[in-house]
Ligand binder design. Sequence first.
Ligand SMILES: [Cu+2]
Length: 381
Amino acid sequence: MCWRVEPDQGLVLDDVRFAPAGHEAVPVLASMTMGQLEVPYDTGLRTTEDITTHGFGGRNLRSLTPTECPGTLRSVVVPDFGDVAVGDGAARPVLCEEVVDGGIAYRSEEGGTALVARKDELRLSTVSKVGWYEYVTQYTFGADGSIRPELGATGDLSPDDYTDDPARGWPVGPGGTDRAASHAHNAVWRLHWALGGRGGQVVEQYDAVPTGEHGPRSPVLDGTLARLKTEQVVTKADRRWWRVARPGLRNADGHPVSYQIDLGPTATFELTADHGHEGAGYDVAFSEASGCQVFASANDDVRCGRGVPDFVADAQPLDDVVAWVAVGFHHVPRDEDQSPMEMHWQGFTLTPRDLVAQRADVPPGREAVNGDVQGEPARHR
Ligand SMILES: [Cu+2]
């Protein structure tokens, strides 16, 4: 994996690979970064485009200290672009690299012996100050191969965005005064897939739907995988997820390797620039990779479209796949937001599905457990 900083997107990760224990590293993503962040206020009076107007890089990308980063601080020359002026750049410590505890990875007890391990996670993060808000751009790589892109927001409530309307703000001062305006943090990540290398990628949508039939003990559901052959936008539903697979690359069980896109909590949104476009309110979009389709909205190269609805409009066949993952957080301010504001998080998870034939780090004694073992796993050796 490599990292770099762009004036608009801030942190960009390139050539992301994962090496399960005892296996060679598998290429997963050609690149991963933010594609847009909009903050529209419920009053209708203001929207900021924090990536394309202000930028997460340049001067907005803040230098870190061991207080923010107990791990390793990494420096890079950050060109001095910012909201105010353009000057020279200097090498500054902007990237935090740390290994953090990810909690219990597994526990499996048999015959009085518990096989248990915690998991390590590699975490990369940067901090960008945009106006009154300070954003943490964070990517967490689990030892299980999972990847968790997240955006944290702290700093302070904008002093310019108070309202008298109780439907559009929450009082954060004494009594009913000082209603800080509600607003959304609408983020879109851009993931350029390269499972086993660029191209040859296939996108599928999984749905499990109740049939209405009840078996003797439980309701009966039908699970289906549907191929998404062309560029399109998709929306969330219960028990729905998507995966990017590479049919030409199979694990030892003969299953195509894939990664699953799991949306966490999200308030589905339309970016303000997409208003009125068909398919503007998407949760995930899949487009064929293009070097000039960089931002989810306000994309500056108009020949390639202004944003995601334009990128998918010609329904090209998917092969070299970019996924646009949209996660919205509606922020109703509360007294505790002052001051400073406690960090709030939004994001999603990429989970390996059949990258290897068993878990990525099989502990001793479980090597033979692969499929229906007709009994207790530890006794089947
Ligand atoms: Cu907020």
